[in-house]
Design a protein around this ligand. Structure first.
Ligand code: MN
Length: 252
């Protein structure tokens, strides 16, 4: 088996090294990650300049681009063979609910999924890499489980969030849906040294929907959260309503 591992925190992130170490023995591993922290870049591809790929002393490749760039380049020209599995993480902080739309960690896995390869994104719930070895052990166990179980049509895309606990491997694993957050906090305005008004994007909003069955609920109650994701954003239930509403205007 060939495994491609990426992240969004950059090729020097402890979470990446921990994930790579945890997968040793499962197959042939290639690592490619952004040169700099690219958290929050979602599925961005770099189209206005070329990309360079270098190999670090630890054997990891790094790219002066985004998480999606990294996996895209690996799959479309860099790797001699197509991987059987794409992993991303372990991210420095949660990627649950609406966060998944902004997440570079999820996007790196999603890039593999878009190319038809099963993929898993791993995140620790709290920032700071606390109990990272335990999270890596969970990642290994999840990978072994999903490779062994009949999980239906391939490819699939899983989003895994792991509580920062020393006993993480012993925690129950719940299959969840995404919760929801409130809209983000306001931007923070400052004045630059040159007198220009500048804006910091504010922190993520508080949790709004964290009921039973959500990723927020699972991790808040001492469980590892595993959410199967899809890419189709179509609001299928709303199609008839919009077709009826717009048919009037569309009639010649
Ligand atoms: Mn990140």
């Amino acid at each position: 088996m060939r495994i491609l591992i990426a992240n969004d925190d950059g090729y020097l992130a402890p979470g990446l090294a921990a994930l790579v170490a945890a997968m040793q023995g499962l197959g042939e591993i290639d690592v490619i990650a952004p040169e700099a922290n690219a958290s929050g870049t979602s599925n961005a591809l770099t189209l206005n300049r070329p990309l360079s790929v270098h190999r670090a002393a630890n054997g990891f490749r790094y790219v002066n681009g985004t998480p999606s760039d990294s996996v895209h380049v690996a799959l479309t020209g860099l790797l001699p063979q197509r991987p059987d599995l794409v992993l991303s993480g372990i991210n420095n902080g949660a990627n649950m609910g609406d966060d998944t739309l902004y997440s570079g960690t999820v996007a790196a896995a999603m890039e593999g999924f878009l190319f038809g390869i099963p993929a898993i994104a791993f995140s620790q719930v709290e920032k700071g890499w606390g109990e990272l070895a335990a999270a890596a052990a969970v990642a290994r166990a999840v990978v072994e489980d999903v490779l062994a179980l009949p999980v239906g049509d391939r490819p699939w895309l899983l989003n895994v969030n792991i509580p920062n606990r020393a006993d993480a491997l012993a925690l129950p694993r719940r299959v969840t849906r995404l919760g929801r957050r409130h809209a983000s906090e306001p931007v923070v305005c400052q004045t630059s040294p040159r007198g220009e008004t500048i804006y910091w994007i504010g922190p993520a909003g508080d949790v709004r929907e964290a009921g039973e069955g959500t990723d927020f609920h699972a991790t808040a109650n001492g469980c590892v959260s595993i959410t199967p994701l899809q890419v189709d954003l179509t609001h299928h239930a709303a199609l008839p309503r919009w077709r009826a509403a717009l048919a009037v205007a569309a009639t010649p």
